[in-house]
Ligand binder design. Structure first.
Ligand code: AMP
Ligand code: FE
Ligand code: FE
Ligand code: ZN
Length: 308
């Protein structure tokens, strides 16, 4: 069985629509694929309707989270914590103490009110942020428009890859990857994104009957990574697993995560994090063991896996 538990469609920043993505997954030899668009379940129905024989769909999402570096554990009352959050929100992204991280969630109830409301808020913020990033870029004399960006976003949750494609189209950069350089979307035109406290997110996913997995936890090429002590706390809090098998990890980073998962009784997953032509990685580039996949299905009670 070939199992890829993390792929993106045009419902977020992938380039393949959910339906065709299912056909592509089967053609790539996958038996199980999880659709995990950023902060949205918008692609689930189209993917389900298009399922080819022999492919199982695990509906999921990749939730934008933040870890406050342990500040929330300094035993502040609610007021202290909200003051801290407001202060952080006012700071440039690069100077924040909070670290951005991604939580994969599988087989949760898409109608769980609190989780659905939280995700809807994240998607709404992504649109506002995208529009403000367009303003920043225009202020630098580039003739990008919000309409153009929305065209690439195809009605899904907006992210920097959509702005990156507009910048390629305008000839500002040659590739999407180049657009993520510091002088472009990497730093200069980057604005902070709304995110859920990662401990709250684990609670919400479990409350909605889903199974939470920490996405690419040690991908140092993406920026700072959390300390092991934080993963220990997250494990005690209800985390199911660590996505150790990911192409953004070096072999050493992968091995450290496998050892940590073993110590903490967490499961190890693997995936391609496929984004279509927005990234070079191919479907099934990394995979998850059948026993782990079966355990995810067994622990979930939010929504069933889909078959044709
Ligand atoms: P955002 O969520 O809007 O901050 O954008 C981050 C997204 O951009 C991630 O989910 C990645 O899919 C994508 N991304 C980050 N770095 C790169 C890169 N160098 N090339 C292509 N896509 C990238
Ligand atoms: Fe992405
Ligand atoms: Fe991610
Ligand atoms: Zn992803």
């Amino acid at each position: 069985m070939r199992i890829d538990l993390h792929v993106h469609s045009t419902a977020s920043d992938g380039t393949v629509p959910p339906g065709p993505l299912m056909a592509e997954a089967r053609a790539a030899g996958l038996d199980v694929v999880a659709l995990t668009d950023h902060d949205t379940t918008a692609g689930w129905d189209a993917a389900t309707e298009a399922l080819p024989a022999g492919l199982t769909l695990i509906p999921g999402a990749e939730i934008s989270c933040v870890w406050d570096g342990g500040a929330a554990n300094r035993q502040w009352d609610d007021h202290g914590a909200s003051v801290w959050r407001a202060r952080e929100a006012a700071r440039p992204a690069a100077e924040r103490e909070g670290m951005e991280l991604h939580l994969l969630a599988y087989l949760f109830d898409p109608e769980h009110a609190e989780l659905a409301g939280t995700m809807a808020g994240l998607v709404e913020d992504r649109a506002h942020r995208g529009e403000r990033m367009v303003d920043l870029i225009r202020a630098d004399g580039v003739d990008i428009t919000w309409e153009q960006v929305l065209g690439y976003a195809a009605g899904g949750s907006v992210g920097r890859p959509h702005l990156a494609r507009a910048l390629v189209e305008l000839g500002v950069v040659r590739t999407v990857d180049e657009a993520f350089g510091a002088e472009y979307l990497g730093t200069r035109w980057q604005l902070p994104k709304a995110a859920v406290d990662v401990f709250e997110a684990v609670d919400l996913v479990r409350a909605a009957g889903g199974v939470p997995v920490f996405a690419h936890p040690r991908a140092s090429k993406r920026g700072r990574v959390v300390p092991d002590s934080m993963i220990v706390e997250l494990a005690a809090h209800g985390l199911f697993g660590l996505e150790a098998e990911h192409t953004d990890h070096t072999d050493a980073e992968r091995d450290e995560l496998v050892a940590l998962a073993h110590d903490l009784g967490l499961f190890v997953t693997g995936s391609s994090d496929y984004h279509g032509t927005n990234k070079t990685v191919r479907l099934g580039a990394r995979t998850t063991a059948p026993e782990v996949y079966e355990r995810i299905v067994a622990e979930s009670h939010g929504t069933p896996p889909r078959v044709s």
